[in-house]
Design a protein around this ligand. Structure first.
Ligand SMILES: Cc1cc2nc3c(=O)[nH]c(=O)nc-3n(C[C@H](O)[C@H](O)[C@H](O)COP(=O)(O)OP(=O)(O)OC[C@H]3O[C@@H](n4cnc5c(N)ncnc54)[C@H](O)[C@@H]3O)c2cc1C
Length: 509
């Protein structure tokens, strides 16, 4: 096959960014026989779902477990259409407790099945039976309506919304905390029910109740890990583009300008000066950042207003290679562990993000090598433990830019505090067994994943940014669309959905 010169080829579709939404829409269009070019800034595809290597270890940058992989659900459906459903298999995390929430030393297991979870919680805390019933009733009612919601609300849905979606309407401006207060939920139950808050990086006082329900329901249907790790999932989808005649995926190709004439995009320019053209363009890059690439001083009013969202917070991640001990003997396994020092998640988040006090951080702990037996992440007999918590971006970015020594010293101090907590409360002697340790900050996310302000989940998932306030896939330019965690919803399933929805729109023409 003659080598394709992407600078002289006019492609059918050009996708900027190889995150999960970008890869999804590109691979589906390529499977339809369209000539697709994907241009990605990093040296590997996947965005937040990419895997990086350090020595003999491989770490997925951010993603630990996903939903939407059951038959008929989004991720499975996209893989089926790409003829990958047999090649990319998933392991289900323990249905009796895929997430363990540990609050002040007390462990609560979150099972699949909301009724089971409710009954377990009532048995554990019978005096909270009434608020717990109220909470689960609300979650189930909202969830049923979310399932019925079409991707786009037409006039008919809006006109009949009070009858068809009464709970979505009632709760659309609520935070999770408002529901807790309304139900007089005891503090310990508040903490446990919001135990997966790191999956949206907001405390109960700020997160949209509808978004909380969507997340809880997503994992309730099944929490999954790819049998051959995230690198295989991402690589398999990327190969569906690379292996198609007339298509290409260019790495290390940051785009620094989107060229517009009138109401159409006519090309994109890479930082190295190369230009690429296509009939249609998709940006997998954050919408505000896409507006910067468009180089417009004034944006059309409607669109400009949609782009005034605040970003979700950043995060610290500690990637560890463990040698000579079995984490299964310390409370880890086919599940994740969420650690909270006490019941008040609002105070814990505030202390970290506002006061920058990391004396007692919340921690998410995940063990990819215990989710599947497949090799590929570390030497035989070793295990991987990954830890994450929330952290403010601006502080770390400034330190990294102005005082590299202090930045590294701060990273080391935080790493040591986190390891001390894990050693004291979960894995005695852990530090003596560490063969690898790598620490990432919100500034690292910005550098390697192109995430503005180191954001973890795109626009902050507050009530203002969820639902009708969401950035749409359409832009004021007739042949430019958006698909990512903000024009769509975050998570692998959410961004694969955004890519799939956009593909369906584009395929209809
Ligand atoms: C700490 C953390 C933990 C998470 N854990 C989970 C989890 O367990 N499960 C889950 O489902 N989700 C998780 N997520 C969320 C999930 O990873 C993201 O929502 C999702 O991967 C985002 O996909 P995206 O399509 O929006 O693209 P992104 O991942 O944002 O990728 C965008 C791509 O565009 C590229 N790019 C940017 N600018 C340019 C440019 N100018 N030119 C060319 N390329 C460019 C970037 O390099 C990047 O590859 C987590 C996120 C974080 C931060």
């Amino acid at each position: 096959m003659p080598e394709l010169d992407p600078t002289t080829t006019r492609f059918d579709d050009l996708v900027i960014g190889a995150g999960m939404a970008g890869l999804t829409v590109a691979a589906l269009l390529a499977a339809d026989g369209r000539k697709v070019l994907v241009v990605e800034a990093h040296d590997t595809p996947g965005g937040y779902a990419h895997t990086f290597a350090v020595g003999d270890y491989r770490f997925c940058a951010q993603v630990h477990y996903i939903f939407g992989c059951g038959e008929g659900e989004t991720v499975h459906e996209v893989l089926r259409r790409l003829d990958l459903a047999d090649a990319v298999k998933f392991h289900r995390l323990d249905p009796e407790g895929f997430d363990h929430v540990v609050v002040a030393g007390e462990r609560y297991r979150i099972p699949n099945g909301l009724e089971k979870f409710r009954d377990r919680m009532i048995r554990r805390c019978p005096e909270a039976a009434t608020p717990l019933r109220g909470y689960f009733d609300a979650v189930m009612a909202i969830g049923r309506e979310l399932d019925r919601l079409p991707p786009k609300l037409g006039w008919r849905e809006l006109a009949t919304a009070p009858l068809r979606f009464p709970h979505l309407l009632r709760y659309r401006t609520w935070t999770l905390q408002r529901l807790y207060d309304h139900l007089r939920m005891p503090p310990r139950m508040q903490a446990v029910l919001a135990g997966q808050a790191g999956d949206y990086l907001l405390p109960p006082a700020e997160v949209s109740l509808l978004l909380h329900v969507a997340l809880v329901r997503g994992y309730d249907r099944g929490a999954y890990y790819p049998e051959r790790h995230f690198q295989h999932l991402v690589g398999s989808v990327a190969d569906r583009i690379r292996d198609r005649a007339g298509c290409a995926l260019l790495l290390k190709t940051p785009i620094d300008h989107i060229d517009v004439r009138g109401d159409r995009v006519v090309g994109v320019r890479a930082r190295d000066g190369r230009t690429f053209t296509a009939e249609r363009y998709v940006s997998n890059v954050d919408p505000k950042q896409t507006a910067v690439l468009l180089g417009r001083k004034r944006l059309p009013d409607d669109w400009g207003r949609k782009l005034r969202y605040a970003y979700s917070s950043g995060n610290l991640t500690l990637y560890l290679g463990v040698e000579g001990l079995d984490l299964r003997q310390h409370g880890f396994g086919s599940h994740n562990v969420w650690h909270y020092p006490h019941d008040d998640l609002n105070a814990i988040y505030r202390r970290q993000l506002v006061d920058r006090d990391f004396a007692e951080p919340w921690l998410f702990m995940s063990t990819p090598t215990l989710h599947t037996d497949a090799p590929g992440l570390c030497p035989p007999g070793h295990q991987i433990l990954e830890l994450a918590t929330s952290a403010p971006h601006a502080y770390f970015r400034k330190l990294r830019d102005t005082d590299r020594r202090r930045y590294n010293a701060e990273k080391k101090q935080l790493r040591d505090r986190i390891l001390q907590i894990v050693e004291e409360r979960y894995v005695p002697g852990l530090r003596a067994h560490l063969a690898m340790r790598v620490m990432g900050t919100p500034a690292t996310n910005e550098r390697f994943c192109g995430a503005p302000a180191g954001n973890a989940y795109g626009a902050a998932l507050t009530p203002a940014n969820v639902g009708l306030g969401r950035v749409p896939a359409e832009t004021p330019w007739a042949n430019l669309w958006l698909a990512n965690a903000t024009a769509g919803y975050p998570s692998v399933a959410g961004t694969v959905r955004a890519g799939f929805d956009l593909y369906q729109k584009l395929a209809r023409g």
